[in-house]
Design a protein around this ligand. Structure first.
Ligand code: GRF
Length: 198
């Protein structure tokens, strides 16, 4: 059974693109069937549309606030009959009702550091914190997401990335992002294999 995947995004959508490419190339026995965004300006929406995937933005202002917007997005994901939800650069904390509406559908998130290190940071701030800490290794983590938790939950995949002499936050971010694109596909493949075995 081909895994039906819903993806929630807020920005440029390169992790979404990695999933779309892997599905298209047959590297993943999965199909992205729906993309929900927190903002209308997210370039990720264009990536979804270019791949023929239904995609919508759910602005809090247009949907009775954050919880209303997220609940509507959850209803759309359920209506799309998703087997898995991937938070791929979704930059808002999800309300408890989002998880309730999804029921048993697993929800996973990708974070650009080796959790539990550098949790709760976004964008370049993560990589600046890594550099400030002087660690020699960073990476990315795909983990289960649960209500009331940020960057926590069972770890599914971690890819390690060296911090190199002369790195700045931008160069480190680029190296970690390349690892993220492999890690997100690896994580979804775990669920695809389970679905295929049913
Ligand atoms: C990634 O670094 C991801 O780990 C974080 O948000 C970023 C999203 O990037 N949660 P993109 O939109 O997939 O390019």
């Amino acid at each position: 059974m081909t895994l039906r995947v819903g993806v929630c995004v807020s920005g440029r959508g390169t992790n979404l693109q990695a999933l779309l490419d892997a599905c298209r190339d047959g590297r993943l026995d999965a199909r992205v069937v729906y993309v929900g965004a927190s903002r209308t300006s997210a370039p990720a929406l264009e990536r979804a549309k270019a791949a023929g995937v239904p995609a919508e933005a759910f602005r809090p202002a247009a949907n009775g606030g954050r919880d209303g917007a997220q609940l509507l997005m959850a209803s759309r994901l359920v209506a799309a009959d998703v087997d898995l939800v991937v938070l791929a650069g979704y930059d808002r904390i999800l309300c408890d009702e989002f998880f309730t509406r999804l029921g048993d559908v697993p929800i996973i998130n990708i974070h650009p550091a080796l959790l539990p290190a550098f949790a709760g940071l976004n964008g370049l701030n993560v990589h600046e914190a890594v550099l400030a800490a002087g660690v020699r290794e960073t990476g990315c983590t795909v983990h289960r997401a649960h209500p009331g938790q940020v960057d926590a939950g069972e770890i599914l995949v971690q890819h390690r990335v060296p911090v190199l002499p002369g790195d700045d936050a931008e160069s480190l971010a680029a190296r970690v992002l390349a690892a993220e694109h492999l890690a997100i596909v690896d994580a979804v493949a775990q669920f695809a294999r389970s679905a295929a075995a049913v």
